[in-house]
Design a protein around this ligand. Sequence first.
Ligand SMILES: C[S@@+](CC[C@H](N)C(=O)[O-])C[C@H]1O[C@@H](n2cnc3c(N)ncnc32)[C@H](O)[C@@H]1O
Length: 441
Amino acid sequence: MRIGFIASVLLTLSAFAAEPFAPYASVKPVLDALAGQLPAALKNADQSKWNAWSRQEDRAIRARLEQGDLDSMVNLLLFGTSFTSRSRIQIQELAEASKSGLLRARVDDLVRGMQAPGANERLIFVRNLLRRKGIDPDAPGEKTGVFILQNLERVLKENVVFSQRIQQGSSRAQVFRDRGVSLDTTILPSFGLEETLRDLKSRGLLRNGGVTRAAVIGPGLDFADWDAGYDYYPQQTLQPFGLYDSLMRLGLAKTGALEVTVFDISPRVLDHLRAARERARRGEGYTLQLPRGSSLQSRPWTAPTLRYWQNFGDQSGLPVDPIQPPSTLESVEARAVRIRPEAILSCTPADLNIVLERLNLAAAEKFDLIAATNMFVYYDAFEQALALENIHTMLKPGGWLLSNDRLPELPDASMQREGATSVWYTDTANAGDTFFWYRKH
Ligand SMILES: C[S@@+](CC[C@H](N)C(=O)[O-])C[C@H]1O[C@@H](n2cnc3c(N)ncnc32)[C@H](O)[C@@H]1O
């Protein structure tokens, strides 16, 4: 009996761990519909060409994370305040900062910080990243600083290419198709998702208590960026808790009856959430810092955006004293919330490349709702169509995908766009997003 039980558990585990790659039969309609846009290796595709290409493509996508990590290092150089008290440098101020010596001084501070990182997790991360790249931050000489500056130069050149593509009228996906996959995140897309859920509910498309299983694809990790991410607090992920909060606040889910699966390809995101769960099992909460204040955020937020920020966490945790921003960030206003262990434990991380992989879920395990913001933007139309197919297999019939990226609509596609919600973050033009709703038929 016991051996039988263990054998059946092992069988279940191996089934869950079984190859998650999308099978050829399932993606064939996508390959047929986009026959003119396929990579050369998939011309006249068959099972074995698909198997070879999808494995190779998975490796290529995951390799883009390393480039994103180097971009994070550049962000830390320009915007970090944990290793220096010098002013932050916005991209448009770079020429001036280079002339005045500010840039060089920040590079020196960053290198010194990496040599003695203490408990600064971002410096430890960059130090390890450089070592993987064959650079020893402890070695005397200029090599580390030069490497950092070379990466800054690469990022600037890429920005020029991206703006040229935008001027040529390329779609978001075409603009960023070869960019490193970054983890940047802010509170604003979570607000956009809440507004979209509210819209769906008011139209009778989602009902009270109707969501028991939800997923977030690519929640990201707050590291340091120009606008709303700072390094004066520990790295954090917001979106799983934001979605949990919104579903509860709107009555779409009930306490104790919601599971949120968090898909990502980034070991940084996945390990971060695993560690939070480990602590939650010991009864510890997860503290989220909610800064608000610099550039985009200092333009007046709309009243609903402000209200969202003020209430963030009221369903999943309790307000606590925030870490005070350093004096270099004097315009930043801070609040903080500690997420309860039960809410943390209802969020389960899973390593999954949504372009190529899916979980083979039983009908009752499928999702009512999947949210993915600022994630599809890294992929071209073919990759997005593959991702849609994978999402389709993991949704319940009638289930929703919500995304601020408009995805390709193929004839006879199993996921159809049903509408969209426009959300404004600030009272000035251009600071908003459109969230598209796709439904499984
Ligand atoms: C720019 S961040 C967006 C974070 C957050 N969703 C937001 O809007 O603020 C992109 C996230 O998507 C994840 N991601 C990128 N490609 C992915 C893929 N193919 N499958 C799963 N996650 C992916 C990244 O690792 C990262 O966590």
